[in-house]
Design a protein around this ligand. Structure first.
Ligand code: GCU
Ligand code: CA
Length: 127
């Protein structure tokens, strides 16, 4: 099984909010504005290898909110969550990662005091 993983069903170091419309599901993760206040998804795929993931976010601050992308406990790259026009201007960023067969943890951990952007969901392309 693969597909969409809603942030409200993930581990969110913050609150699940619904005040900025346009999100999928019942809400989004409003991470605490702090270094390391992360969101972590558990995603299953049938086979090991490369897959694309798409994270939907909003960041209505003037500043980029950078984060580490950590897959199965290993930091694999830095991700820049750019500013969006408003908190309801949800935007999707696509990345490529290597996954194991079975359950994978996919974690975004912010590296600056602003924390993460608001996170709506993670799509994992089945494989
Ligand atoms: C505002 C906004 C939140 C957001 C926060 C932030 O408070 O309403 O949804 O998470 O800013 O800067 O992280
Ligand atoms: Ca926040």
């Amino acid at each position: 099984p693969s597909g969409r993983y809603e942030a409200e069903a993930a581990t969110c170091d913050g609150t699940i909010d619904s005040n900025h419309t346009g999100f999928s599901g019942s809400g989004f993760c409003n991470g605490t504005n702090a270094i390391g206040a992360a969101v972590q998804f558990s995603a299953s795929v049938a086979s090991a290898g490369s897959t694309t993931i798409a994270v939907r976010f909003a960041n209505a601050t003037a500043a980029v909110r950078p984060a580490d992308l950590i897959v199965n406990g290993v930091r694999v790259q830095a991700v820049s969550f750019e500013a969006t026009a408003t908190w309801t201007a949800w935007t999707t960023k696509t990345l490529t990662i290597q996954v194991n067969a079975g359950v994978n943890t996919i974690r975004f951990s912010p590296t600056t005091a602003g924390g993460l952007p608001n996170i709506d969901y993670l799509d994992v392309t089945p494989r």
